[in-house]
Design a protein around this ligand. Structure first.
Ligand SMILES: Nc1nc2c(ncn2[C@@H]2O[C@H](COP(=O)(O)OP(=O)(O)OP(=O)(O)O)[C@@H](O)[C@H]2O)c(=O)[nH]1
Ligand SMILES: [Mg+2]
Length: 218
C-alpha cells in the first residue's frame, strides 16, 4: 500500500530556501534577512545604510509586508531596485515568496540583497529564506527584556542591531541587561548600537556588511 505523506510546511520551506541559496551563491549575491518587531527601525536602517553601500556594490531590496507598498516606496526613493512582497495577512515571509520576489529583480551583476521581513518578533524566525546572514533589530523602545522573551528571534542572528539608541536617555531600557540577555541566547552574534538620527553605528554596520565572505568574489 502506498503511504501518503503530508510534508511539513517547514520541510517544504527548507527545500525552497536551499534552492534560493544555491541560486544566490551561483550569482555571487550575498543575502541578508532583516528581522525584528513591527516598527523596530528596519527600513530606517536600510535608508541610512543603502546610500553608503550603493556606490560600492550593486544592491537590491525585497520588502515584506502584510499591506501597502510604503516601505518599498522609501527604498525606491533612494534609487535602489526594490520589490514589495505582500503577504496578504501572513505574519512572515517564506522561501517561496522570496523566490517570487527574486523573479522580479535583475539578479545578474547584483552583489547584495537585503530582505526586510514582516515586522514581527515571532513567526519570521522559523523560516529560512535562503539568506546567508540574519540581522535582527531590537529597538530601545521595545524594552530590554525582549532577548529573553523572544529567544528564537535572537538565537540564530549573525548581527543584532540595538536601534534607536538616541532614546536610551528617555526610556528605562537597561543596555547592560539587554547585552547580558543577548549573550545568554546567542554567544556569537556581533552587536551594533545604532541611531538613525545622528547615524551612530551606521559606518560600523556598513563595514560589517562589506566584510561578508561572498562580497570579495567576482
Ligand atoms: N528616535 C528614533 N526613531 C527611529 C529610529 N529609527 C527609526 N525610528 C522611527 O521608528 C519608526 C519605525 O521605523 P521603521 O524604519 O519604519 O520601522 P520598521 O521596523 O521598518 O517598521 P515595519 O516595517 O512596519 O515593521 C518611525 O517612526 C521611525 O522614524 C532611531 O534611530 N531613533
Ligand atoms: Mg519597515
Amino acid at each position: 500500500m502506498k503511504i501518503e505523506v503530508v510534508r511539513k510546511v517547514l520541510e517544504k520551506n527548507d527545500q525552497a530556501a536551499q534552492q534560493n541559496r544555491r541560486r544566490l551563491d551561483e550569482l555571487g549575491i550575498t543575502c541578508f534577512n532583516i528581522l525584528g518587531g513591527a516598527g523596530s527601525g528596519k527600513t530606517s536602517l536600510l535608508e541610512a545604510l543603502l546610500p553608503r553601500l550603493k556606490n560600492k556594490y550593486c544592491v537590491a531590496v525585497l520588502e515584506g509586508d502584510l499591506a501597502t507598498t510604503r516601505d518599498a516606496e522609501r527604498i525606491a526613493a533612494l534609487d535602489v531596485p526594490v520589490v514589495q512582497i505582500l503577504t496578504d495577512g501572513g505574519c512572515h515571509l517564506n522561501a517561496t515568496l522570496v523566490q517570487q520576489g527574486l523573479s522580479r529583480l535583475e539578479l545578474v551583476g547584483l552583489n547584495l540583497l537585503f530582505v526586510e521581513n514582516v515586522g514581527n518578533p515571532i513567526c519570521p524566525a522559523n523560516f529560512d529564506l535562503g539568506e546567508h546572514r540574519r540581522i535582527v533589530v531590537l529597538s530601545v523602545a521595545e524594552g530590554d527584556d525582549k532577548p529573553s522573551k523572544y529567544p528564537l528571534l535572537f538565537k540564530d542572528a549573525d548581527l543584532i542591531v540595538i536601534s534607536k539608541c538616541d532614546l536610551l536617555e528617555h526610556t528605562r531600557f537597561n543596555l547592560s541587561a539587554a547585552l547580558r540577555d543577548i549573550r545568554c541566547v546567542n554567544s556569537q552574534a556581533r552587536v551594533i548600537q545604532t541611531d538613525t538620527k545622528t547615524l551612530r553605528g551606521i559606518d560600523e554596520l556598513s563595514q560589517w556588511v562589506s566584510a561578508e565572505p561572498l562580497l570579495g568574489k567576482d
